[in-house]
Design a protein around this ligand. Structure first.
Ligand SMILES: Nc1ncnc2c1ncn2[C@@H]1O[C@H](COP(=O)(O)OP(=O)(O)OP(=O)(O)O)[C@@H](O)[C@H]1O
Length: 267
């Protein structure tokens, strides 16, 4: 039986620099109770992986962190999610501003049908981050460097973003997400549409991004979770079953459901 209080205590042990704190989160899609009483503290400057069998609620919970579920009519959320101690579901919080602070990268690279430059400049422009063209140029260059794609595109910034390879498009989308100076980056299976070389480039990038951001990644690949994350949360049937150091989850899981999943018995 899932014990929320016990789990909450466990989830907080040894964690000092908490960026995201979720308490008693429930999500319903109509009558489908998709997230059940999830409490977890997610650290800053850390990569946290969400793993678990298909349909266990990983993406749903990820989308709670930047209120993307608000855009789904039948979705209803209860509980509390704080970023830096601020309730992100407070009426005063503007979801558009929140999503600039909590960037998201999706499964399929989705560049806008615009130039490479404009893909990255779009967010900073609407959020008024640059006073003039020179500042905007600088923001775009910095973001493309952070996205580890500057060298590949610097001579063709006016070319369409959609003309890049899949792996380049995903790095462009990561650059676009970091251009609005987020503090948290949510990634929903960011490598699932990429080949192994592009995957390893994006994984290297994720490793660098953790110096500046709290990164949360949903992945179906346990190898990927083991490679890129320091913390892992295992979800099963809407419950957060276990959350711990990635190494511990993969070598010495405490719950039999986690063990069954990582050894391939459920999934
Ligand atoms: N937009 C939606 N409308 C209705 N139900 C949804 C929606 N998105 C997810 N669900 C339901 O919520 C539950 C959790 O789904 P979710 O996509 O969060 O799981 P997941 O662990 O990310 O799955 P996967 O690994 O297959 O992507 C499932 O029962 C799913 O059918």
């Amino acid at each position: 039986m899932y014990d929320a209080d016990h789990n909450r205590t466990e989830n907080r042990v040894g964690q000092t620099d908490i960026k995201i704190s979720a308490k008693d989160v429930q999500v319903y899609y109509g009558t489908n109770h998709a997230i059940k009483d999830v409490s977890v503290d997610i650290q800053d400057k850390t990569v946290t992986a969400f793993i678990g069998p298909s349909g266990c609620g990983k993406s749903t919970f990820l989308r709670c962190i930047n209120r993307m579920n608000d855009t789904i009519d039948i979705a209803r959320m209860e509980g509390l999610i704080e970023i830096d101690g601020e309730n992100i579901y407070d009426k005063r919080v503007d979801p558009v501003q929140l999503r600039a602070k909590v960037g998201m990268v999706f499964q399929k690279p989705n560049p806008f049908p615009k130039s490479i430059y404009d893909n990255v400049a779009y967010g900073p422009k609407i959020h008024g981050l640059a006073k003039n063209k020179a500042e905007l140029d600088e923001i775009v260059e910095t973001a493309l460097r952070r996205g580890a794609i500057w060298d590949e595109v610097k001579d063709r910034l006016d070319a369409p973003g959609t003309g890049l390879s899949g792996g380049q498009q995903q790095r462009l989308c990561i650059a676009r997400a970091v251009a609005t100076e987020p503090e948290v980056l949510l990634m929903d299976e960011p490598c699932s549409a990429l080949d192994p070389i592009a995957t390893s480039q994006v994984e290297e990038l994720i490793d660098e991004l953790k110096q500046n951001y709290s990164v949360v990644i949903v992945t179906h690949s346990m190898q990927q979770a083991a490679r890129v994350s320091q913390k892992t949360a295992f979800f099963h049937l809407g419950n957060l079953v276990e959350y711990d150091d990635t190494e511990k989850i993969f070598t010495n899981p405490q719950d039999s459901r986690t063990e069954s999943y990582i050894t391939g018995r459920i999934g």
